[in-house]
Design a protein around this ligand. Structure first.
Ligand code: A2P
Length: 278
């Protein structure tokens, strides 16, 4: 099982979670429940992933008590109005058949829409109502963080952003840390891009007797980042949790940092440019 990090609200979060983007249907259900059996305790879902039903089903059918699991979901952009957001959180819970979320995030700030402060106020209310333990955001820039913190006095526990060896995102990780916010990485393995076969990554895999995915996950952990890897391969899925028994050197972390590139984003787009109500 993963080690844990304490969030700024006192709750603990496992240091590796299962990403579930594109896990759907019977096969998705099977992958999620086998991940829980293999020791995953944190599952990252989103209303937009269209899989809250199977996540909830896997949670209920696993032998692991609810209070030992850390279940996250995310608010879609079309529900940023306060009342809509509160309704959407309750509907997310109903789809999962759960009483509470451990973590709930605003999926995107959609700054052109200008409603993310309202959405944040709804998450603060939902937390007070006991529907959510920890509240956070995703794809937020420092200016968005400051706006919601100033408006409500409540700092997000987590900011989930894109990070992988081609997009190391150091400045945003530092801005999160400055505010006491833990950074989670989406697509921590670059969605399987060629970073996995970079010579430095292969060399370290050989040195430590680990696979390339494990090397990159270890790089995240030692940068203080919580990775949310996904895999359709049960062996990889298992391996991705088995990253707590070795340590990269500072020099090796720096060498992986060198893979960063200005055009390294997976979808090539700045989240600030998103306009659609995702
Ligand atoms: P596979 O499904 O064959 O394991 P991300 O989490 O960044 O979206 O990346 C997911 C991609 O990374 C998938 O293509 C997945 O392929 C691959 N992957 C996941 N874990 C590993 C691993 N331990 N070693 C190599 N590739 C991995």
């Amino acid at each position: 099982q993963a080690q844990e990090t304490v969030l700024n609200d006192g709750y603990k979060i496992p240091q590796v979670g299962l990403g579930t983007y594109q896990l759907r249907g019977g096969q998705g259900y099977h992958q999620i429940i086998s991940a829980i059996k293999d020791g995953y305790r944190s599952i990252d879902s989103a209303t937009n992933y269209d899989n809250e039903g199977i996540v909830g089903q896997a949670v209920r059918n696993s032998d692991v008590p609810r209070d030992q699991l850390f279940i996250s979901s995310k608010l879609p952009g079309k529900y940023h109005h306060y009342d809509d957001a509160l309704g959407a959180i309750k509907e997310s819970l109903a789809r999962m058949s759960l009483d509470y979320f451990d973590l709930y995030l605003i999926h995107w700030p959609l700054p052109k829409r200008g409603l993310y402060v309202e959405a944040w106020q709804a998450l603060v209310t939902a937390q007070k109502l006991g529907l959510i333990k920890s509240i956070g955001v995703s794809n937020f820039e420092p200016e968005h963080l400051d706006r919601i913190i100033t408006a409500t006095g409540v700092t997000p526990a987590v900011n989930q952003i894109e990070i992988h060896p081609y997009w190391i995102n150091t400045s945003r990780v530092k801005e999160d840390a400055k505010r006491g916010i833990v950074t989670e990485a989406w697509s921590p393995l670059g969605r399987g891009n060629s970073a996995l076969s970079e010579p430095i990554v292969k060399k370290l895999a050989e040195k430590y007797g680990k696979n390339v995915g494990q090397i990159i996950l270890r790089w995240h952990l030692q940068r203080g980042i919580i990775p949310l890897p996904k895999s359709t391969n049960l062996e990889h899925q298992r391996a991705n949790l088995d990253v707590f028994d070795f340590e990269l050197t500072t020099e090796e972390i720096k060498a992986i940092n060198q893979l960063d590139r200005p055009d390294g984003r997976i979808d090539g787009q700045d989240p600030n440019e998103y306009e659609e109500f995702e």
